[in-house]
Every structure is written in structure tokens, then in C-alpha cells.
Design a protein around this ligand. Sequence first.
Ligand SMILES: *Cc1c(COP(=O)(O)O)cnc(C)c1O
Length: 466
Amino acid sequence: MEYISTRGSAPALDFEGATLAGLASDGGLYVPREWPRFSKEEIAGFAGLSYAELAQRIMLPFVGDSLTPERLLELTTQAYGRFAHKAVTPLKQLDEQQWLLELFHGPTLAFKDVALQLLGLLFEEFLGRGGDPLTIVGATSGDTGSAAIDAVAGRARVDIFMLHPKGRVSDVQRRQMTTVLAPNVHNIAIEGTFDDAQAMVKRMFNDQGMTSRFSIGAVNSINWARLMAQVVYYFAAGLQLGAPHREVAFAVPTGNFGDVFAGYVAAQMGLPVAKLIVATNVNDILHRALTSGDYSAGTVTPTAAPSMDIQVSSNFERLLFDLGGRDGAALAAQMAGFESTKVMQLTNAQREGAARLFTSARADASDMANAIRWAWEECGELLDPHTAIGLHAARNAGLPADVPVVTLATAHPAKFRDAVERATGQRPTLPARIGDLFEREERLIELPGDYDTIAAHVAAHAVARG
Ligand SMILES: *Cc1c(COP(=O)(O)O)cnc(C)c1O
């Protein structure tokens, strides 16, 4: 399997190369040259596999010659063995139509663990084959940072520098990053928003002064391997609800468009998906893009669902590439326009293509609180604010009653205890696997939101190429 850039001019890479590269050198994102497709019989044959086995089967066509099937199964078994639930991503019924797919049973309580536990092992595997040590530079609105740090802390030949917007992540999120004291972990709180942090990370990938000295890698969902790992749970849920013989819809709380793009990939691979419901908070660039074709970045409004406080959704580029006939040169021009003006109008082909599979909804603070209350009062379930935004969209999607709707439960309610308590009066308890988080020492550096300062800090602490 070969990976090509959405902007058409970076060299094609194999799976190992794309995993280590993260962002393509032309500023684009890597995607497989074509989508592998399973037949109905093959999908029916996945029923009854364990999660680790299913993950191996779904990922094999993407991995190509970079890993043997046996080695891939060892890695998925190790990655998912750390989850606190035997089913890894259990499915829970709320009412006749609504279901929750619990993706938060990993070590840091959010769905990011599902992909990052595997990605940490893939880095270790590929770096063990020689080559340069890896300098991971990432931006986080809270959950990617803790999941990535957990996945690579203490591993050989890799350093991680994680930028988070100061004061805009929850206390649990911050402590899950800053209390990891392994010497290869570097936490940076920057003045500014997540979008500022993400823009600096992207700039570093294209900064010759940095890339000539360091081999820079990505753990954000611009890294293809993350999306690949997320495709698996769409199949896992679909199979339980009757796939391949029955269509299922998914409601996905969305920020960077990574998680919901994985659902799009599952549909391309043959999973019968009735609709993908893109749920946003008031930072609604994706809702506007999908309803009126207007992809223009506003300013970020902080909300109780901080992992969705995003105005520039990196992975949307992967969808636009596919819907625009995979024309890298045309997309490069479209994205260059967006990067200079922060305004972009989708083409008719992109709008019509998206409308076939996607629908969207926007939830404000009261929609979110009402969804948390409904789930608590009617179903006895405590939901985190992100999941509640997904459920709000799911319940308002107007789908036929015989289509099951699965809301992706992206975080454990205890990760956002204050918001959950405000809506329900119930304070979720932190699961035992979090341990003494609030007693542990924190380590981080605060820096201004200035690219040169950040780059100098990374250069002073990272291990250079060999
Ligand atoms: C990251 C995150 C999201 C958004 O996921 P994307 O892949 O960026 O769209 C939603 N909810 C939670 C809890 C998250 O951590």
C-alpha cells in the first residue's frame, strides 16, 4: 500500500514512512492511494473476532509490507490489552434507537487512547529498525496530549514536545500530561488557542532549519496511522448491530474531523453506514461547511467541550481531496487560498459529495446540558460534554426509527467532572486507573505563543539526527 499527499507534490511513502513522517513535505496529509474494500462475505466473517483480531484484519491492507500479519496481531493485542474493559470499546443501549459506543476505557480516559496506544508501539517498532531518533511535536486541546504522552513516555529513541493552550484545558487533562516526569516528555503551555498551537506545529514541519536537524514526527490526527486505528471501532459497533446486513448511523462529536473521517473510511471499505452525523459545539466551522459550503474560520469560543474548540479542522482536507476527484494540484490551490484568507467556499462537487453521507448539527451550552440531563434522568448514564453534543445531534438527526444511531462516547465523564456536575448535580468519580493524579508533582514550561521561541526550545532539548 502506498500513501500519497493530498496536495499532490510530496513523494509517495509506504506505511512505515507515512507513520514516521506525519505531515507531508508539501503541507498536505497522507492518504492511501486507494481505499481497500471488503466484500459482504468478508465483513460477515469478522463477527465474533476479539477486538485485537478485528483490528488486525481491518488494518492489514493499510500496513502492506511494513509489518507481517503475525507482528501486527502482537501489536494490537499489546495495545488493547491495556484497556480497562474486556470488550475494549463496549456498546451500550440508551433507548430503542440510540446507542453509546464507549471509547474511553483506555489509560487516559478519552478515545485518543484507542489510536495512540497503537501508534506508540508502531513508533517503537519502526525506530528500532535504525534511522534517526524521532522528535514528536504535537498540539493538544487536552486529550491528544495525555494519550500521546502515556503512549511514548520512557520509550527509547523518541522525545515528545506537547503544546497546550494555557488555561484552556481541564485540570484532569493538564495533570495527565504534566505529572508524567519521564525525561523524554516536554510539556509546553502556550499563550493562545489550540489553533495557534496547531499552526505552530504545522509550521515546524515545513521549517528547513528544524527538519534538517531533527526528524520531526506527528501524533495529531494528521498522522494517518491514527485514523486507521479508529476505523476499527466503527466496524466493531456495526457488526454488533447487524452489519453487513443492516445500515447503522454514527453521531460523532467533532473537532479536527479525524474521528468522523475514520467513519468515512469505514464506509469506503464496505461497512453499510446510513449517515455520519457531524456534531459541533458553537465553534461550528464544520456545520457551516456541510450546510452551506462556507468553510471560513472564526475566532475560537472556549466551551465546556474544549477538545472541540477548534476552527480549523485539519482532516477535512482529506475529505475534500476525495470528493474533488483526488486532484492534488487543485486542492493545493484551494488550501493555499484558505491559509491566506481564512475563507473557503466548497465546490459543488465537494458539497454534493459530502451531503450523500454526512449531515451535521451544532449544539450550544444549553443543548449540551439538556443532553447530559436527558441521559442521566432517562437512562441513568453520566455523559461527558463532548459525548452529550454527539447525543444531541443523534437525537435530532431525524433518521428513520429502524436505523440504529451510535453516538461515539469520546471521553469519560470524570475527565470533565465540573461540567457534568453543573448539569446533573452528580459528580462522577475518577476511575481507579487514574490513581493519585492530584497528589503528583507537575512539570511544564510556559512560553509565549511565538513560533521562534517554541522552535528554539525544541531545538535546545531534542536529540538531533544521527
Ligand atoms: C479529540 C476529541 C474530540 C474531537 O475529535 P476529532 O478527531 O478532533 O474530531 C471529541 N471529543 C473528545 C473528548 C476529544 O478528546
